[in-house]
Design a protein around this ligand. Structure first.
Ligand code: ATP
Length: 577
């Protein structure tokens, strides 16, 4: 059983504390609303026998009184609903925000294992369901429960012996409802998991639609989709079947109970232990129990479904977290850019070493090219430098300071990454360059000029305010790369981590990107995962990585003379002309 099986909504309720004022207003209104029910039951007891007697005056008095009570009750209900909606919505918003914040802190390796569709579903649908349950719990479940207590107390005052016979039914109904509830939660969780997996597939398909078309794989993908929706239908049907069974079973028990109470009541009137007026009030009160019982049954099921959603939502928070900053971090400040990697070993799974006993010295202002076959461990070196992952052995020093002792945010302002695949969020070009950082327009333009992007941006109809579509599909690949370079140099970092794009651009676009890179590299320490011959030829040192080990170090001229791995990579065109 997973550690979250005890996740209950009690964990969420402390979040309501800041909304005490609304809760008090809602609570008082709720008491008024609920308090009206026994009065209405008493009025029904007054009304029914007088209708029988034909006492029109008394009937009119009682009806007017009942109307006033109804009016007060409905006003109280409105006030209750409106004052409780806001705290409930705020709590669900807070919960979503907390989960989103914990998502930011999840270790990147663990994040890669989670499907983006599944996460989206959890943060939207699951969070909505949880919010719905919170709202219903305070706005519907609580008054229904109070109504049940108030009306039943009134019934006990009227005739406690009859109430005891009514009470015999209660454990049976409770047992049925909770048994069904537990089953509903299990089936609901399965069904929600299925929707998540469906959302994951849809996300993949949308991203890969051009590929699907290019390979004429529509039939294959349709079949996969059909299998998923079939599984979803089956999982959902199981929940609906349970609910379909629950309502008639509980309903029949309730109906039998009411009929037996009518029979017992008739016998008690005959024996003179109960008046017909008292019995009328009793029956009216009994009927007033049906509604809250039905609400409680439905809400209990929804609570169980919501609990499954809450579990899935909170599970995000228990994913392994990114390495924490040390409690007393060393101040890094503006670095000059000397990097020392000492005897470093790293493994993703704790078993197989991805990098072994690495020793690298990079001096400030130097360009170091990392080359090696796919899977050699080049990107992992970047992840270690940016502290996305922690080495099991060895250290990385920046200007002599161990990076495990500095704040990761401070480290990352000094080491800027230009990734191979550029990611942009939808928004303006200037937003894409700023990426949430507080720089003025002049700085953004300066960064774009360094990245050789200013000219093309300026010539766009809306310039820096041009809206980039999702994944930047409305500009060219080369332009997108230059925006990524502008983004990296915006904070004037001392070190540039450059993951060269492998896909070739046309000659003109390539020349623009090369110029951008040359300008961006000026005066900085650069570590580049190199795929181009021009880059490695210009590098001050080339480090050849193979299966996690350094197999050679030198300049292009030195390495090409050796019959080693580097020459092999060049001749196999793994470093392109
Ligand atoms: P490429 O040039 O193809 O990008 P690379 O030299 O950059 O390759 P890395 O991405 O550093 O290689 O990967 C090194 C090894 O670590 C590979 O075997 C890869 O499968 C593995 N690896 C990379 N990322 C992870 C991860 N998040 N979890 C587990 N293993 C990983």
């Amino acid at each position: 059983m997973d550690s979250h099986s005890n996740t209950s909504f009690w964990r969420v309720f402390p979040l309501l504390r800041p909304y005490l004022r609304q809760l008090i207003i809602g609570g008082v209104s709720m008491i008024i609303y609920v308090g009206c029910w026994p009065i209405l039951a008493w009025l029904a007891g007054e009304l029914i026998p007088n209708i029988g007697k034909g006492d029109l005056k008394r009937v009119t008095q009682v009806i007017v009184l009942a109307l006033i009570v109804f009016l007060v009750q409905k006003c109280a209900q409105f006030l209750q609903d409106i004052s409780l909606a806001e705290p409930a919505l705020r709590v669900s918003q807070q919960l979503r925000q907390d989960v989103f914040i914990s998502l930011q802190a999840v270790d990147l390796g663990s994040l890669e294992k989670l499907s983006s569709g599944d996460l989206t579903y959890r943060l939207t649908e699951d969070a909505d369901r949880v919010g719905e349950v919170i709202y219903k719990s305070i706005q519907d479940t609580t008054p229904s429960l109070l109504q049940l207590i108030a009306v039943f107390s009134y019934m006990t005052v009227l005739d406690w012996k009859l109430s005891i016979s009514t009470l015999i039914l209660a454990p049976l109904v409770t047992l049925l409802v909770s048994t069904f509830g537990a089953k509903v939660m299990i089936t609901a969780e399965k069904s929600q998991k299925q929707v998540s997996s469906l959302a994951g597939l849809i996300g993949e398909v949308i991203q890969g639609l051009p590929l699907v078309r290019a390979f004429a794989a529509e039939k294959w993908i349709n079949n996969r989709f059909n299998e998923e929706i079939d599984l979803h239908r089956k999982a959902r049907f199981k929940t609906l079947r349970l609910l379909a069974l629950q309502h008639p079973v509980v309903g029949f028990i309730e109906a039998s109970g009411i009929l037996s109470i009518l029979a017992i009541g008739a016998a008690r009137i005959q024996s003179g232990e109960l008046t017909s007026q008292g019995f009328s009030s009793y029956i009216a009160a009994l009927l007033m129990l049906i509604d809250p019982i039905s609400h409680l049954t439905t809400n209990f099921n929804e609570l169980k479904q919501g609990q499954a959603s809450l579990r899935r939502l909170l599970r995000i928070g228990s994913e392994p977290k990114e390495m924490q900053d040390s409690p007393n971090p060393q101040h890094l400040g503006r670095i000059s850019g000397n990097i020392t990697i000492q005897n470093l070993s790293f493994s993703y799974d704790g078993i197989n070493e991805t990098l072994s006993k690495l020793n690298i010295q990079i001096n400030k202002g130097q360009v170091t090219a990392l080359v090696g076959p796919s899977g050699a461990g080049k990107s992992t070196i970047f992840s270690l430098l940016l502290r996305f992952v922690r080495p099991q052995k060895g250290n990385i020093l920046v200007d002599g300071i161990d990076i495990s002792n500095v704040k990761s945010s401070e480290l990352r302002t000094q080491l800027a990454l230009v990734p191979q695949r550029v990611t942009v969020f939808s928004g303006t070009i200037s937003d894409a360059i700023r990426f949430g950082r507080d720089f003025d327009d002049q700085n953004v333009i300066r960064a774009a000029q360094i990245a050789n992007a200013h000219e093309f941006i300026k010539n766009l109809p809306r310039g820096y305010e041009t809206i980039l579509e999702e994944r930047g599909t409305n500009i060219s690949g080369g332009q997108l790369q230059r925006i990524a370079i502008a983004r990296a140099v915006l904070g004037d970092p001392s070190v540039l981590l450059l993951d060269e794009a492998t896909s070739a651009l046309d000659a003109e676009a390539e020349a623009c990107v090369q110029l951008a890179l040359r300008q961006a590299m000026e005066g900085r320490t650069v570590l580049v995962i190199a795929h181009r011959l021009s880059t490695v030829q210009e590098a001050d040192q080339i480090i050849v990585i193979d299966k996690g080990l350094i197999s050679d170090v030198g300049t292009h001229d030195q390495l090409i003379k050796k019959e080693g791995r580097y020459k092999d990579l060049c001749s196999r065109q793994l470093i392109r002309q």
